[in-house]
Design a binder for this molecule. Structure first.
Ligand code: G3I
Length: 325
């Protein structure tokens, strides 16, 4: 049944979630929340290379087709994720044998095929994801090894060439706790500007926790906004189990701290990013049962605004607090 207040209605900018098409087709509660609450959708996994391009001569659009159709039905913006990453690289690429020209062709073909497939049905796309390590230099990856350090810039050029109407993003994590990563992202924007490399926006993933200081979050948002590019808080979640315990009981203090942290992040975004640069905020899936975190940390956590049954948590109210007060 319809609800009186939703995130998409309360927000002055696109408010989104990363979605899993398998849940969308199998779980009614998930689908209903996805429809009602969000004005933007990101493909959590199904536009990653290993899923969408499982063999050199084969692309699989099954998962992404579900998401794109859903977004269109519900008048939601669709954001693509991600053309180039050091993870989710399929085995055929890891095992690929070829000279630098063959690697370049593989790289360019992948980028251009995927970004051109849906044309402007996708508003924006994370072209390169997480290219930097903690020290702010390019991290080891199959792309760096075979294509050299300027692969990041070439990815954006190839993407723009194939799909000029899609907004191109560089997406990265850790800006709020790693000054070197933050500096690297800001420097990338300045370097692209100087060299005329096409880029439209920066994604701050914001996988964070209740212990992260608001000041550091504000500083990251402000510095990224100062580039003049669009700013997307692209993968928001807020962990509460800081000691990463396997069995963890959520306390009332956690619920309140999580509410306040969501509110502080949304408020910082709303006030520190100029309107014209607000690409929006996206949470990394919907409910606590859908989050990537328990798998990743082998621990229990409750990082999202909805619980496992898709009931609104205090964290949800925190987002509304940030949007409205
Ligand atoms: O679907 C299969 C299932 O059939 C199989 O039984 C199971 C066994 O491992 O794996 C399932 O696939 C997993 C998939 O998540 C769906 O849950 C993959 O192994 C697992 O690697 C994949 O993890 C994703 C991860 O990226 C790696 O691609 C997470 O869902 C996703 O949330 C996470 O997202 C990343 C962003 O792309 C970039 N920023 C960080 C963020 C968190 O790591």
């Amino acid at each position: 049944q319809p609800v009186a207040v939703t995130l998409r209605a309360a927000a002055q900018f696109p408010f989104g979630a990363a979605l899993n098409p398998n849940l969308l087709t199998s779980n009614n509660a998930y689908r209903q929340v996805a429809q009602q609450e969000y004005s933007s959708i990101t493909a959590e996994n199904y536009l990653k290379m290993e899923n969408v391009h499982p063999a050199q001569d084969r692309y699989d659009w099954t998962g992404s087709d579900v998401l794109v159709a859903f977004a269109e039905q519900n008048k939601q913006r669709m954001h693509g994720h991600t053309l180039v990453w050091h993870q989710a690289v399929p085995a055929w690429v890891t095992n690929f044998k070829g000279d630098s020209l063959a690697w370049e062709a593989l790289f360019k073909t992948h980028i251009q095929t995927v970004i051109a497939h849906y044309k402007d049905r996708l508003a924006s796309f994370d072209v390169v994801n997480e290219a930097f390590g903690d020290d702010g230099t390019l991290r080891p990856s199959v792309w760096l090894t075979h294509l050299g350090p300027d692969y990041v810039a070439r990815a954006f050029q190839y993407a723009r060439e194939a799909s000029p109407g899609v907004k191109l993003f560089y997406n990265e994590y850790g800006h709020e706790y790693s000054p070197k990563r933050l500096a690297a992202t800001v420097a990338l924007a300045a370097d692209f500007k100087k060299r005329g490399i096409p880029i439209d926006g920066l994604g701050l993933q914001m996988h964070t926790n209740i212990g992260q200081s608001d000041a550091a979050i504000q500083n990251a948002i402000q510095q990224v906004a100062a580039t003049g590019l669009l700013v997307h808080i692209s993968e928001l979640d807020v962990r509460v189990n800081q000691a990463k315990q396997a069995n963890y009981v959520l306390t009332d203090a956690d619920k309140l701290a999580q509410r306040q942290k969501f509110a502080a992040i949304v408020r910082a975004y709303k006030t520190l990013v100029p309107k014209a640069q607000q690409h929006g905020i996206t949470t990394w899936n919907i409910g606590d049962g859908d989050s990537w975190i328990p798998n990743f940390c082998s621990c229990q956590d409750f990082p999202l605004p909805f619980d496992k049954q898709y009931a609104r948590k205090p964290a949800y109210d925190g987002i509304l607090d940030g949007l409205t007060k």
